[in-house]
Design a protein around this ligand. Structure first.
Ligand code: 0O2
Length: 226
């Protein structure tokens, strides 16, 4: 099983029609993987639609948008298997379902810090959404200066013959936090995770500056809208 799942990362999985009519385990696994991706993709659509509706409601009622923009992505087979491998977990479908909760990923970029928590409240109030885990890296930033609110939730996906509860990871952050995370990610990638100490320190300083900027912008925004 392990070898066969490993092979998944080499296949460019697009749709079932891309696969040959072959009963070998590798193609059976590829088929199962594509079906799994469809479910995660459906979960991304469900949550994205809820967020878009919220944003439109705010526009109509208050002439204001809490969401600047939304990005989403499906984690690739290569990245899923890499994460399992890094955590020394079994390379199986069961293990993917049990351990990888960010296959469906949505990033919500907001203008102000308060908007982040408005979106968290909104998601928590949805009848069909179950919050599984919250990590607040805004109240407690990571040591390197990373700030963002991470929510893992579960949403039902209604299929022709069954309902599946699918996990989605939502990262909610301000434009400034996103700017910081992009540069830090790029730097880690460029330096193959071996970021020189002086650059790490400069980035941590930037995070402090950005925190002050976010807080000041929030106060000005409140003042303007009193
Ligand atoms: P990718 O390619 O971004 O998806 P988990 O195994 O997911 O339960 P983990 O990874 O500790 O536990 O979860 P956490 O802390 O919620 O972080 C998950 C994601 O947040 C990461 O995904 C990144 O996208 C982002 N993230 C976390 N820390 C940092 C950071 O210091 N800098 C930046 N730029 N992003 C961060 P992945 O899985 O690493 O990959």
């Amino acid at each position: 099983m392990q070898m066969e799942l490993n092979n998944l990362s080499k296949i460019n999985l697009l749709g079932l029609s891309d696969l040959p009519d072959d009963n070998s385990p590798v193609f059976q696994n590829a088929k199962k993987f594509i079906e799994m991706q469809q479910l995660y993709n459906a979960a991304i659509k469900e949550i994205s639609t809820k967020l878009e509706i919220l944003n439109e409601e705010f526009q109509v009622k208050y002439d204001y948008n809490p969401i600047h923009h939304i990005e989403s992505r499906l984690k690739s087979a290569k990245s899923i298997l890499g994460k399992l491998d890094k955590k020394n977990l079994p390379l199986s479908f069961e293990s993917i379902q049990d351990n990888i909760l960010d296959i469906a990923g949505i990033r919500v970029i907001c203008n102000y810090i308060d908007d982040i928590y408005k979106i968290e409240d909104f998601l928590a109030r949805q009848d069909d959404v179950k919050i599984i885990r919250i990590r607040d890296y805004i109240k407690e930033p990571k040591e390197n200066g990373y700030r963002s609110l991470h929510i893992i939730l579960q949403i039902p996906i209604y299929l022709s013959n069954r309902t599946e509860l699918m996990p989605v990871e939502i990262q909610i952050r301000t434009i400034a936090m996103d700017f910081w995370a992009s540069l830090e990610h790029h730097l880690k990638y460029k330096s193959k995770n071996d970021v020189p100490q002086y650059l790490k320190e400069r980035l941590t300083n930037c995070s402090d500056v950005i925190t002050k900027l976010d807080e000041e912008m929030q106060l000005i925004h409140k003042e303007v809208n009193k």
